[in-house]
Write a protein that binds this ligand. Sequence first.
Ligand code: XIL
Length: 355
Amino acid sequence: MRPCISALAAVFCGWTLVFGIPAHAVTPPLQTQNTTLRQLVLKRPGFYIGSAVDYQALVSNPSYKAILQQQFNQLTPENAMKWGAIHQSPDTYNFTQADNLVEFAIQNKMRVRGHTLVWYKNIPDWVVKGNYNRDQLMAILKNHIQTVVSHFKGKVAEWDVVNEAIEPNGNGLRDCLWTQVIGPEYIALAFQWAHEADPDALLFYNDYNTEDLGPKSVTQYNLLKNLLLAHIPVNGVGLQMHQKTKIPYSISIMSGNMRRLSDLNLRIAVTEMDVSITEPVGEDYSTKLQKQASNYGNALSACLGNKACTSFTVWGFSDAYTWQPENQPAIYSASMQPKPAYQKLYDILYNYIDN
Ligand code: XIL
């Protein structure tokens, strides 16, 4: 029997269970009617279901806050820990929003993924336009990483240390400030500096379009393999999984990619899953929603199928608070109603048996 997830469904499920007794008499108490995603993942010890959190939404929208508390046991600040948010001028760090999010997580028994320490985007002008030489930029990067990681020591379980360092076509490292001034070794240095600041934090490399077996994913695999061969403290790989309904990914392809990564002894996290509703234009909306659900479900199934995959995070849970609102990529609608994608994740977790 399908789980009863809404109050209405609970009434009918109750009716079928004890035929002859008025349904209202067997409706479970409110707090036990709805099992939530965060309750279901408890079946898999050490596994977390997360969402990126939009700070403004959290402080202004009570239903956003309630769903976050009920459904997720991990959060990633969507923007509040990025360089531009925290470190606007050379000697000024502002941790207010990030601290508030971490405090919210502690209050609600949620784990925190820190995002992100080194990225080619969201770098303030004082860094980009400072004309620093190699030694100076290394000192700036080291100071940034170590100040931020030390600040959250013991509170942030894992960090996306380096984000999106590979060229979109998979052809080597991205040409950016860090490679231009420091060189490709900025990646290894970043992991070493982060590790020095918090030896207990798990350190991840995070990127997009690297969940399949294509060229970018191969470059990512080789990058990680070489870092590990050089004894760089990398603990895991974050597969962002910003997907589109027009491109279905099979469980077997994602599993194959995850297997080669876990064979390197790396942890795996699905870190930024969303599925943009895209062409074909004529397709009816319910078909698009089913395709969206299927992409989410395949990613979760691949993740659950690999013991090294330790968390599954959506990049915003509502179409009202997403970086791509025009594509309705989330698991809840803009009016905060669960979409088929939510139901798919629910069903997979509901039927999951840990072994
Ligand atoms: C995005 C946020 O969602 C937006 O609000 C912001 O304007 C830009 O960054 N990959 C990442 C995330 O690693 O940090 C990005 O987040 C989305 C793509």
